[in-house]
Design a protein around this ligand. Sequence first.
Ligand SMILES: Nc1ncnc2c1ncn2[C@@H]1O[C@H](COP(=O)(O)OP(=O)(O)OP(=O)(O)O)[C@@H](O)[C@H]1O
Length: 235
Amino acid sequence: MIQVKNVYKKFGKNQVLSGLDLSINGGGIFAVLGPNGSGKTTLIKSILGMVIPDKGDILVQENLIKNKWKYRKDINYLPQIANFPGNLKVKELMAMIMDLRQKPGDGKNLIERFSLEPHLHKKLATLSGGTKQKVNIVLAFMFDSQLLVLDEPTTGLDPNALIQLKELLRKEKEQGKTILITSHILQFVEEMADEVIYLLEGKIYFKGSIADLKKKTNQDNFEHAIAAIASQTHD
Ligand SMILES: Nc1ncnc2c1ncn2[C@@H]1O[C@H](COP(=O)(O)OP(=O)(O)OP(=O)(O)O)[C@@H](O)[C@H]1O
């Protein structure tokens, strides 16, 4: 599904990705973890073609993505910070995204799931942070795509919306989809992820199941296992 081969990316003097290799085959939920600034969003945006690596190759569904853009219409993407025009109404935004994606989409069930009906005719600028995130989630899930890329999907969600998001993710996974998620919420990751991908110093430090991570770090608690990576690398 995704192959990242020897990818380098620098912003000014800041070497963010330095020879990163990653291979994701088949379906499931993959959580991209790492400290703040470790390059999680840069990696995700490189896969989406929104950041151009200085060196290396990325393949999505067996195709090199360099200088291509059409492959993106087959990826559902939830950005970390969605900058939608504030004077658009929710309903107008949904119609606009349907138009842009040129793909059949179905938002009706999702609008119900996240109780967004009362907000459909409100302008985006007037919505609360959590409600904006629910709109963001509807836009990311309303199309049927094999690959979903979700940057911090839980941000601002209340417990009920979080349950709905988890249910949605399980449904997508059951259909064999590949779901790439970044999240700092370890409880969410532990509950949902089949594999974790831990980024450190521009490379993948660990890729595997949470059970394997616990074994590798000699910890029986996920949070402590993550903390152990940080302390091991500081020694
Ligand atoms: N467009 C850009 N221009 C300059 N520097 C950038 C740009 N995008 C990212 N960076 C820098 O690259 C580094 C990695 O950023 P990135 O957003 O990928 O990290 P992250 O792991 O997603 O962090 P967080 O956990 O805080 O979301 C940071 O030091 C950031 O300041």
